[in-house]
Ligand binder design. Structure first.
Ligand code: 5GP
Ligand code: ZN
Length: 114
């Protein structure tokens, strides 16, 4: 999508600190980290959010979770634990409308999910 921030990041039109890339998935450091490790993992295909996951495009979601587990090990947060979050829509406080999963770790996170 031409006016999508994360599509532009994936295309290299906007710089990012890449931590992983393959045919289906791109992962990069969040510009405003909320934890010592804060990586965004996104499908290369534009999917606007979790509400738009279907049987046609859902395979990439398992690729994203495989990537998250691999990156958590590589980044040294797998043993202590981490959180994977996707925000969807207004009530979910989604600010970028390209499906993305936050991988957060490197400190004790709070239980408050509200
Ligand atoms: P959301 O609020 O939609 O769940 O998450 C969007 C995330 O994208 C936020 O954590 C925000 O800091 C991050 N973000 C917004 N713009 C940029 C950018 O230009 N580069 C990077 N690396 N992250 C961004
Ligand atoms: Zn996009």
């Amino acid at each position: 999508m031409s006016d999508c921030l994360f599509c532009k990041i994936i295309a290299g039109e906007i710089p990012s600190t890449k931590v992983y890339e393959d045919e289906y998935v791109y992962a990069f450091k969040d510009i405003n980290p909320l934890a010592p490790i804060h990586v965004l993992i996104v499908p290369k295909e534009h999917i606007s959010g979790a509400s738009e996951i279907t049987s046609e495009n859902s395979a990439v979601v398992s690729k994203i979770f495989e990537t998250a587990a691999k990156l958590a090990k590589e980044l040294g947060i797998s043993e202590d634990g981490f959180r994977i979050v996707t925000n969807c829509g207004d009530h979910g406080c989604q600010s970028v409308h390209h499906l993305h999963f936050h991988l957060l770790g490197g400190k004790q996170l709070t239980a408050d999910m509200g």
